[in-house]
Design a protein around this ligand. Structure first.
Ligand code: F6P
Length: 544
């Protein structure tokens, strides 16, 4: 594999960067009346505007050339063809099969996985229907509490989607999420549930994750205490690739939903892990979500790279991270229902591309995955935007908004949207020294105090942003949005030549916690670790 920095397009970009880095977007807009139409793409009702980026026609062409040269098309095909592209775990990466709404077979080792996927979907459909219509607990009305016990991908996807689709959640169904091993998490949830009508969904691909297992055991004890041992089969179902462990826990074999090793945890909301979503919003809506992702899968699979939204999003990220030295990326949804979207994307992106070793085992000599952060507008504006405007770091940002509110109240939505439009404009255009000077002179400033006041008030602008704007946050739109980011992450992993589908670092932390657990015994002093870890453990043992 040719190292990334040896590729001709990479070298050309490095040269080209020297020219572009001194250009201001203000001037690029002023000299090109077609900039918006050149650098925006419409996908159905969704508009992707990337014209407020520090690129020229030549930059764009070079970035697309890099995508080609780095093999994005080849790897894209390999993923859709079920090849084992997760090389360190020798697995295919097929979340696209989970939402393949066509009859196109998708094979792993020559076996079409679609019949099994469709069978699992039918099972989800049947189960979610009986829970929703009350027959699972034999009730006509009242509240059913659905408690998803899982962590990481077995928690964040369903939790984010259910929050995002709240307007579609059936009355009487309350979804709760227990993920953290912290006892306060399960305590707060169980306090709000009635055992008689509480259904626990244990979501764990491996059924060995420490947090999920201990939370499930505590939940099990709660049901047994309130309803007796026999109630377990009615009050617990499991989603796992480890059927035997689920059966040993006491789950009825008919209530185990399968999961495949080619579904990565952070890409799993489309699988049976989405059961809580199907129960909350209904299977039809869950299917719409799948259709949305499928729309983008087809777009990603078929469109040429230069017209391919996730490819463009990815290449812009590469441009800023590897040439401008950006280390972060802000996700800024102007849509309250997406308030969990930034933290959801943190796992998808940072667990995928937080890597520094190439697929052929070399240490990279360039930066890879960014630190993702964000919050909903306008909350973020009153928290961290200042740093984006005037801090020392370049922070590329994605502005995401819905044209129509689910809950129109007075002038709220227009106000929200005025902020959405204003922020990306202000970040781009900034406020020049001359404008600030004129304003301050009018306010009576002069002399030294005028000069100092000017320096503080100048906003350089030239801060890059993408804007995504869609009609309304429906299940289909949400599916599209998530899939866009998934494929963006995929493309960036290909460019950086890393494996985006494992997480060995996280595994290390998990193992160490198991070693330390027996040492938290409240008595014996430990000297088994470095002096800091020993000191912390010993302080804990002294106080507990
Ligand atoms: O955080 C590491 C991780 O392996 C994630 O990738 C995964 O989503 C999570 O743990 C939970 O794993 P499981 O579904 O096996 O309990």
């Amino acid at each position: 594999m040719t190292p990334l920095t040896f590729l001709q397009s990479w070298k050309d970009l490095a040269r080209h960067f020297k020219i572009v880095s001194s250009l201001h977007m203000r001037d690029l807009f002023a000299t090109d009346a077609k900039r918006f139409s050149r650098f925006s793409i419409r996908f159905d009702d969704m508009l992707f505007d990337f014209s407020k980026n520090r690129i020229t026609k030549e930059t764009f062409a070079l970035l697309i050339r890099l995508a080609k040269e780095a093999g994005v098309e080849k790897y894209r095909m390999a993923m859709f063809n079920g090849e084992r592209i997760n090389i360190t775990e020798n697995r295919a990466v097929l979340h696209v099969a989970l939402r393949n709404r066509s009859d196109r077979p998708i094979c792993v080792d020559g076996v079409n996985v679609m019949p099994e996927v469709n069978c699992a979907l039918t099972k989800m459909c049947n189960f979610s229907t009986v829970v929703r219509n009350g027959s699972w607990f034999n009730i006509n009305d009242g509240i059913v509490d659905i408690v998803n016990i899982g962590i990481g991908g077995s928690n964040m996807g369903p939790m984010m989607v259910i929050e995002a689709l709240k307007p579609f959640v059936q009355n009487g169904i309350t979804c709760h999420f227990i993920s953290n091993v912290d006892d306060s998490n399960i305590y707060q949830v169980l306090k709000r549930c009635r055992p008689e009508t509480t259904l626990f969904i244990i979501a764990s691909k491996t059924f060995t994750t420490q947090e999920t297992i201990i939370n499930s055991q505590t939940a099990r004890a709660w049901i047994v205490k309130n309803l007796g041992e026999k109630a377990i089969t009615r009050h617990f179902v499991a989603i796992s690739a480890n059927k035997n462990a689920a059966i040993s826990f006491g789950i009825d074999i008919n209530n185990i939903f399968s999961f495949w090793d080619w579904v990565g945890g952070r890409y799993s909301l489309w699988s049976t892990i989405g059961l809580s979503i199907a129960i909350a919003v209904g299977f039809e809506r869950f299917e719409e979500l799948l259709f949305g992702a499928f729309d983008i899968d087809e777009h990603f699979r078929m469109e040429p790279l230069a017209k391919n939204i996730p490819v463009i999003m990815a290449m812009l990220g590469i441009w800023y991270i590897d040439f401008f030295g950006a280390t972060t990326h802000a996700i800024l949804p102007y849509d309250q229902y997406l308030y969990r979207f930034p933290s959801y994307l943190q796992q998808t992106d940072m667990e995928s591309n937080g890597k520094s070793i190439t697929r052929d085992g070399r240490m990279v000599d360039y930066h890879t995955g960014p630190i993702l952060f964000g919050d909903v507008g306008t909350n973020g504006q009153h928290a961290f935007y200042q740093l984006i405007y005037q801090g020392t770091q370049l922070i590329p940002a994605d502005f995401i908004a819905t044209v129509c509110s689910h809950n129109p109240v007075g002038n709220h939505h227009r106000l929200l949207m005025s902020n959405y439009f204003a922020q990306s404009k202000a970040l781009m255009i900034g406020k020049s020294r001359e404008t600030v000077r004129d304003e301050l002179i009018q306010q009576g400033f002069s002399g030294d105090s005028l000069e100092i006041a000017i320096s503080h008030r100048v906003v350089l602008g030239n801060r890059p942003t993408n804007s995504l704007l869609y009609c309304k946050l429906t299940p289909r739109t949400l599916g599209r949005l998530i899939a866009l980011y998934e494929h963006k992450i995929f493309v960036q992993g290909v460019i950086w030549q890393i494996n985006s589908f494992d997480q060995w670092g996280v595994e290390l932390g998990k193992k160490l916690a198991n070693i330390i657990l027996p040492e938290l015994n409240g008595s014996k002093q430990t000297d088994a670790h470095d002096s800091s870890t020993n000191g912390l453990i010993n302080h804990y043992n002294e106080l507990c």
